[in-house]
Design a protein. Structure first.
Length: 158
């Protein structure tokens, strides 16, 4: 009788686990694709009004602590930099100039993190020497935090 060996490749599909993107990351990428398709259907003229309603809808979907922070940040960003266009970006509220995202709010619930994040992309004018922060962890939002965010947003679009 011959001994037979199984090939290392003959494992069942149920034994495989993904080492790539998390479920949350896959959802965010799918949301980004949907955002791009919706923007292409709308055309450039509708971006401001539709972006605002999309952002408000995303904020409304958030669980309580994230939603409260997102509503306040939305108000602060709009007051600090009215020229920025609200839009969704990977399913998150974001604010863009000339179509490029300057800053965004990432709810803690989005990626099952212990804190929400308010961040800036490289289009933000925040350069301060050779190193500067581009994202801030938020567990709550105080008046002082709102003032700091407002000042950073103003600087980012200057």
């Amino acid at each position: 009788m011959k001994d037979t060996q199984k090939s290392a490749r003959s494992t069942s599909a149920t034994d495989k686990t993904s080492v790539g993107f998390s479920d949350e990351e896959r959802v965010a990428m799918k949301e980004r694709v949907q955002e791009q398709k919706a923007a292409a259907r709308r055309g450039p003229g509708a971006a401001q009004a539709d972006g605002e309603s999309d952002v408000l809808a995303k904020i409304a979907e958030m669980p309580e602590p994230d939603r409260v922070m997102a509503e306040r940040i939305h108000a602060v960003v709009k007051a600090s930099a009215p020229a920025l266009t609200p839009k969704t970006w990977y399913g998150m509220p974001a604010y863009a100039r000339d179509g490029k995202v300057v800053c965004f709010f990432q709810a803690a619930d989005k990626f099952k993190a212990r804190y929400a994040t308010f961040g800036f992309n490289d289009t933000a004018n925040l350069d301060d020497g050779a190193m500067w922060p581009t994202a801030f962890a938020l567990t709550e939002l105080t008046a002082a935090d709102e003032a700091r965010i407002g000042a950073l947003v103003k600087k980012a679009v200057s």
